[in-house]
Design a protein around this ligand. Structure first.
Ligand code: ADP
Ligand code: MG
Ligand code: ZN
Length: 479
């Protein structure tokens, strides 16, 4: 049998740090970074005798996430202790939720080659993040930083509904985008605010039973997730083709070698000795409480898309693109308030901004400038101050040195030449050295005009106004 006879099955457990101001069981700040062990108190450092108190905002944010992903919200829920030892977990247990998660049985829709597909969410529960271990570069040991300990997380567990690395990526992008829109997390993958455990198995096409899965922990880039799934599926197929069995394992992905390494045998729920946390009260939510959150959910991408199609007359491709991320969408709205030109603003985002981000392997949240700069840039194009080819150069520059576009073009001397006299000078110069093109044009070869305009643009380093060049060349050639 060959690779084509197998089907890949993927399920993701997505951890997302909530952007509440304070931690889940104490009043320490959740802010990223900081000097090690400065965002801590006796509670999140697990001093004996301290007591946790559940942050109500955490429940609210998790319910928001559940509603936005079509989950049923449990009116009765509780916190459980998940026992395990690790140096970044000083209590030797994590407060999580076991059999009564806050949200259950939701779904999100993704776009696939064969149209829309629903990916089911088994559950979303709340839990606390662990600290961080910093391995010293000089081999002096490992340092524990508890700033992250107790930062609230939601864990979103998908059903094993995903069938390709591309579907897994689309699903994660969709979740990320939803959580950004409802403002429960900044979803910054580079800072670990959004990370996924990736479960992969393979089975013969047509089979009804799932194969044994492996689980790769803590993946925080789309590219590595896609690579890991491809690698892991191929590895498992090879094992099976050679008559072996796939071991149920927890893996670690190494980006440099592009392969997975076994971390430990998979533990079962029973290994964690879950039990209800006796220090915390049960979570009881009224209908009213849940309805109130539902009524106040911010505008979701689908509705923004509809607005962009109807109000701003964007083409579907542009509307899809702009709403694919809240960062894009907010930037777009800020820009058009200034320039009132949705078409050019969305085009620049879709072509240039996306291309630059892709080259840098970065996400929309890493764009160093705002919709204000984009709006001003579009204004400058519309006023004829710069050509659209210069606008591309300004965008490149904005990524390196974000400041007002007008300042950039002034500094760089990129102002468009729209002065009749100056344009005429260039036109005459180009005509003088291209007698063949003049003859070609007169013989009816229209292509000659394009060539001449191109030469003039080159001569002026892209600064000449192309419409004026066109017009003046035609006038001169027809003389
Ligand atoms: P844990 O990893 O903590 O034991 P769960 O059983 O709750 O957790 O979830 C495991 C994840 O693995 C889920 O996202 C689920 O969809 C996925 N999964 C379960 N079985 C398979 C399988 N055979 N192949 C791929 N993914 C799977
Ligand atoms: Mg797991
Ligand atoms: Zn604390």
């Amino acid at each position: 049998m060959s690779k084509e006879d197998y089907e890949i099955v993927i399920g993701l457990e997505v951890h997302c740090e909530l952007s509440t101001k304070t931690k889940i069981f104490c009043s320490c700040p959740t802010e990223f970074g900081g000097e090690p062990n400065t965002h801590c108190c006796p509670i999140c450092m697990a001093m004996p005798g301290t007591l946790p108190v559940l942050n109500e905002k955490v429940v609210e944010y998790a319910v928001k996430a559940g509603l936005a992903t079509n989950c049923t919200i449990s009116q009765n829920s509780k916190n459980d202790r998940k026992n395990y030892f690790y140096p970044d977990l000083p209590k030797a247990y994590q407060i999580s939720q076991y059999d009564m998660p806050l949200c259950e049985h939701g779904y999100v829709t993704i776009e696939t080659e064969d149209g829309e597909k629903k990916i089911r969410l088994l559950r979303i529960h709340i839990e606390e993040d662990a600290g961080k271990l910093n391995h010293d570069d000089y081999g002096r040991g490992t340092f524990v930083d508890l700033n992250r300990a107790g930062v609230p997380l939601i864990e979103c567990v998908s059903e094993p509904d995903l069938r390709s690395p591309q579907e897994a990526e689309a699903y994660l992008r969709k979740l990320k985008s939803i959580f950004e829109y409802i403002e429960v997390s900044d979803c910054k993958m580079q800072e670990g605010s959004l990370r996924a455990d990736v479960n992969v198995s393979v089975r013969k096409k047509g089979s009804n039973e799932f194969g044994t899965r492996t689980e790769c922990k803590n993946m925080n880039s789309f590219r590595s997730i896609v690579r890991e799934i491809e690698y892991e599926a191929n590895r498992q197929i090879e094992v099976l083709e050679n008559g072996g069995v796939v071991e149920q394992e927890t893996l670690r992905w190494d980006d440099v070698s592009g392969r997975t390494f076994p971390m430990r045998d998979k533990e079962d729920a029973q290994d964690y000795r879950y039990f209800p946390d006796p220090d915390l009260v049960a979570i009881k939510l009224s209908d009213e409480y849940i309805e109130n959150i539902r009524q106040n959910l911010p505008e979701l991408p689908e509705s923004r898309k509809k607005r962009y199609l109807e109000e701003y007359l964007l083409i579907p491709k542009a509307a899809n693109f702009v709403t694919s991320s809240k960062y894009y969408s907010d930037m777009f709205e800020e820009a058009i308030k200034i320039c009132n030109n949705p078409k050019t603003a969305s085009n620049l985002m879709m072509s240039e901004i996306a291309r630059i981000l892709n080259e840098k392997e970065e996400e929309p949240e890493n764009i160093p400038f705002t919709g204000k700069e984009l709006g001003e840039l579009v204004q400058l194009i519309d006023k004829g101050t710069i050509s659209s080819s210069i606008a591309k150069k300004v965008l490149e520059e904005l990524f390196v040195n974000p400041k007002a576009p007008s300042e950039i073009i002034e500094e760089k001397g990129w102002v468009q030449i729209s002065d009749e006299g100056a344009i005429k000078e260039v036109v005459m110069k180009i005509l003088e050295v291209n007698p063949q093109s003049i003859a070609d044009f007169k013989a009816g070869k229209d292509k000659a005009l394009g060539f001449l305009v191109g030469q003039a643009m080159k001569e002026t380093k892209g600064k000449a106004n192309p419409q004026m060049l066109n017009k003046m060349f035609i006038e001169e050639l027809k003389k």
